[in-house]
Design a protein around this ligand. Structure first.
Ligand SMILES: *Cc1c(COP(=O)(O)O)cnc(C)c1O
Length: 403
């Protein structure tokens, strides 16, 4: 059963003091904290079997290779991909998206259309803009509603036989909105368009089943799901990954090399040029084990309780507006009338509370609400109601100081 005190003991950083106060970490949407099992895995790797993979005949290299490939299988099982080689290990969501957008740059042509949602992180906007510039394809945007949901009924009119790709996040990092991705995928497939889902913000809360979703590409980052930074995943259907050209040239991604002609390696190696983040991938596998040992139903229950509790308390503060009230994960973006979000964030930091302030790499959403940014708290299952009580008092204090 879920025991919050025991769970908190898994995260050594939660004992830290900031400016003499106990750390309260409410910036999980930017990066989550790391449980001891993951930290121990990293130490164990560099202490006992650090070596390059897939090439050495020696014992260390074989041990590292085995652990690396075991991690790929853990990740495959977690996402329920059909084959281990449909899991490409990358440096993160951003790189995963760039592998796909760069590949399609040479496939798309003028007259083709691609669709993005209004709720995207810059990582899921800019690579597609570059792709459109290179290929001549046209980028269209699914608009959003005031409550932070998408105007999905408009998608039907935007789709046509020229639509080649649709990209959308599973969960918005700025507002927390959970998007109806299954419906989006079904609609897009009717026109033969492929769909990429950015799962960077959903994977800490939801276990996606890529086969059940019938999604073409699904991407995420380890560091938002209790793993290390600099590691991520790109799931792609086998036939689509085979269709795309390699992203980077180098070692590991080739079959044969001569100066006349190089042939590329099979999946997944075609997309894993150079020495990967071996330790990071192995630690990512352990982070996934850790999340599954806590259990996604426990994670969701704890986080939903915290979300409800915090929302109710925040709403009672005079002049406070919450952006995004649709079906969502444990993210609350807000502003207080007449006060810049950065000023609130700075005072909260002095009181030991870590929040995010700014546009959250989602400027189009801020433009929609005509605001410069928000204060964002993003809650994880190791957060508590007591921490929220302290936050509420701190916000009231900040408000008095700043108005
Ligand atoms: C964090 C985030 C990204 C970028 O992830 P990186 O790990 O920085 O590559 C992309 N999309 C969403 C929704 C995110 O939350």
């Amino acid at each position: 059963m879920f025991n919050i005190n025991k769970v908190r003991e898994d995260f050594p950083i939660l004992n830290r003091k900031i400016n003499g106060k106990q750390l309260i970490y409410f910036d999980n949407g930017a990066t989550s904290q790391t449980p001891k099992v993951v930290i121990d895995t990293i130490v164990d790797y560099y202490t006992n079997y650090n070596a390059n993979i897939h090439r050495g005949v020696h014992t260390l290299s074989q041990e590292a290779t085995d652990k690396y490939e075991e991690a790929r299988i853990k990740i495959q099982k977690h996402f329920n991909a059909k084959q281990p080689y449909e899991i490409i290990l990358t440096s993160g969501t951003t790189e995963s998206i760039n592998i796909i957008s760069s590949g399609f740059s040479s496939i798309l042509k003028k007259g083709d259309e691609v669709i993005v949602s209004a709720l995207e992180h810059h990582s899921n906007i800019v690579p597609w803009q570059i792709m459109c510039e290179k290929s001549g394809a046209e980028l269209k945007v699914i608009p959003m509603n005031e409550n932070g949901s998408l105007q999905l009924d408009l998608l039907d009119d935007m789709l046509n036989e020229n639509t080649k790709l649709v990209f959308c996040n599973h969960v918005s990092n700025a507002l927390g909105t959970i998007n109806p991705i299954k419906e989006i995928i079904e609609k897009a497939h009717k026109y033969g368009a492929y769909v990429l889902i950015d799962g960077a913000q959903s994977c800490p809360h939801i276990k996606p089943d890529v086969q059940e979703l019938d999604v073409d590409f699904y991407v995420s980052s380890a560091h938002k799901m209790y793993g290390p930074t600099g590691v991520g995943v790109l799931y792609g259907k086998e036939e689509l990954l085979n269709l795309l050209p390699p992203y980077q040239g180098g070692g590991e991604m080739i079959k044969t090399v001569t100066f006349e002609k190089t042939t590329y390696a099979d999946l997944p190696h075609k997309f894993e040029a150079g020495t990967p983040n071996i330790c990071g991938v192995i630690a990512f596998g352990v982070a996934i084990d850790y999340m599954n040992s806590i259990g996604f139903s426990n994670i969701q229950k704890q986080e939903n309780d915290l979300l409800e509790y915090a929302t109710e308390k925040l709403q009672k503060i005079d002049g406070l507006t919450i952006y995004g009230t649709h079906n969502k994960t444990s993210i609350i973006s807000f502003n207080i009338k007449g006060i810049h979000p950065y000023d609130i964030g700075s005072i909260l930091d002095k009181l030991g509370i870590a929040v995010r302030t700014g546009h959250h790499c989602a400027q189009p959403i801020m433009d929609f609400y005509k605001i410069p940014g928000t204060v964002r708290i993003s809650l994880a299952f190791y957060n508590t109601k007591e921490e929220i009580d302290i936050l509420i008092e701190a916000i009231k204090k900040a408000k008095t100081m700043l108005s």
